[in-house]
Design a protein around this ligand. Structure first.
Ligand code: DSN
Length: 421
């Protein structure tokens, strides 16, 4: 039985948890930043380490009783370094946003400049959105895609802006951009202006770890920030990796603690260690490659239906489709109607969107979670067909009922697995 103690003590919370169990079991998760973790990761995440304070780092803590926390954090760090081929790993960031904030605090002084992707072209809030406090401290300047239908980054513009603005950081990495990058070009522009090359790999960390996508460290990137959930399939959390510069790694450690955070979430760090162990297995490489094949299978169906995809398609786990431009249905309506048939994804702005963020032109979806369920190209193509059928018939309740039933059957045939190794 699930959650027996919550059930006995707190029926209201128990009811919500069980409702979420059912939602995850009987529906398809296409939000590209979500996944299902193994039972081992869940056990570690809810372990006795939630009781422990461990300010500091292994061997240098501010509280006693650290024999086992040190073991766990060292395992997590060592596995992370192996997974991403680098010399230093800080596994303490509570999530992706604090990882990025801690990275900025470590490397910049107030008033310094960061060159990042235009936010409407796929960048992230922490890459300098005006609603964040970061923009009160640092100056963010932008590069863009040359053409939203091919996804090619305008590297000439990037070089020009870099020469003019003299950033301290050239930042790559996105939450809604589905193409591989020319990492060598990023690094050469960063070197030309004396900046550090930093990549936020949050979305594709698992695909890099699984050797399905290129590793920016192989091209000379200095630092990578990431989350540990999403494609990597670990607990919700963050991490900062430094390729080989010990001085930078020390600054990052100081920035995360005591600069930004207090006690690390040692239970989450144990779950990160377990996830990294899974990601080092040969089975994980097969998973990462299948995530990409499955996204390609969905791309093919969207292409044949003449639905515009930003950048023309995908090289990764995610697709950003212009449903307003192609089908006349806004992002919010598309999200709602798909939710009703058991497909969860998110509305998303497209490049230079003329519609509002709460009802943009696009939907963003991806294959990490359905690939964890065991879906292959055939099932993913079927899901894409069901999505398009639902969107094209957004008011036809009979079709919705049939699609919901098809999805229930698929979920039954491909249950969420307990273990991956
Ligand atoms: N919320 C994450 C995503 O969905 O991409 C990024 O912060």
């Amino acid at each position: 039985m699930l959650y027996p103690h919550v059930k006995k003590q707190d029926p209201a919370v128990y009811k919500a948890l069980m409702g979420e169990e059912e939602r995850q079991r009987d529906g398809l998760e296409l939000i590209p930043s979500e996944n299902y973790v193994s039972k081992a990761v869940r056990e570690a995440n809810s372990s006795n380490l939630t009781n422990k304070y461990s300010e500091g780092y292994p061997g240098k803590r501010y509280y006693g009783g650290q024999t086992y926390t040190d073991i766990v954090e060292n395992i997590a760090r060592d596995r992370a370094k192996k997974l991403f081929d680098c010399k230093f790993a800080n596994v303490q960031p509570h999530a992706g946003a604090p990882a990025n904030v801690g990275m900025y605090f470590a490397l910049l002084n107030p008033g310094d400049t960061v060159l990042g992707m235009d936010l409407s072209h796929g960048g992230h809030l922490t890459h300098g959105h005006p609603v964040t406090y970061l923009t009160k401290i640092y100056k963010f300047v932008r590069y863009k895609m040359k053409d939203a239908d091919t996804g090619e980054i305008d590297y000439d513009e990037m070089r020009e802006v870099a020469k003019r603005e003299k950033p301290k950081i050239v930042l790559a990495g996105y939450s809604a951009y589905p193409r591989e990058l020319d990492y060598a070009k990023f690094v050469s522009i960063a070197r030309e202006v004396g900046a550090l090359a930093v990549m936020d790999i949050a979305h594709i960390a698992g695909l890099i770890a699984g050797r399905a996508m290129k590793n920016p460290f192989d091209f000379g990137f200095d630092i990578m920030t990431t989350t540990t959930h999403k494609t990597l399939r670990g607990p919700r959390g963050g991490m900062i990796l430094t390729r080989d510069n010990e001085e930078i790694a020390k600054k990052i450690d100081k920035s995360i603690f005591p600069g930004l955070q207090g006690g690390p979430l040692m239970n989450t760090i144990a779950a990160k260690a377990v996830c990294f162990g899974e990601a080092l297995s040969p089975k994980y490489r097969t998973y990462a490659k299948q995530v990409l094949k499955n996204a390609k299978a969905m791309e093919k169906v969207f292409k044949s239906a003449n639905i515009r995809m930003i950048t023309g398609g995908t090289d990764s786990h995610l697709i950003l489709a212009d449903v307003y431009g192609s089908l006349g249905i806004g992002g919010q309506d598309a999200e709602t109607v798909l939710d009703e048939v058991g497909i969860t994804l998110n509305k998303n702005s497209i490049a230079d969107d003329t519609r509002k963020p709460m009802d943009p032109s696009g939907i963003r979806f991806g294959t990490p979670a359905i690939t964890t369920r065991g879906f292959k190209e055939k099932e993913c193509a079927k899901v894409a067909e069901l999505m398009i059928e639902t969107l094209k018939n957004k008011n036809d309740k009979k079709i919705h009922r049939r699609v919901r039933e098809d999805i229930r059957k698929m979920c039954k045939k491909f249950p969420i697995p307990d273990a991956f190794v």
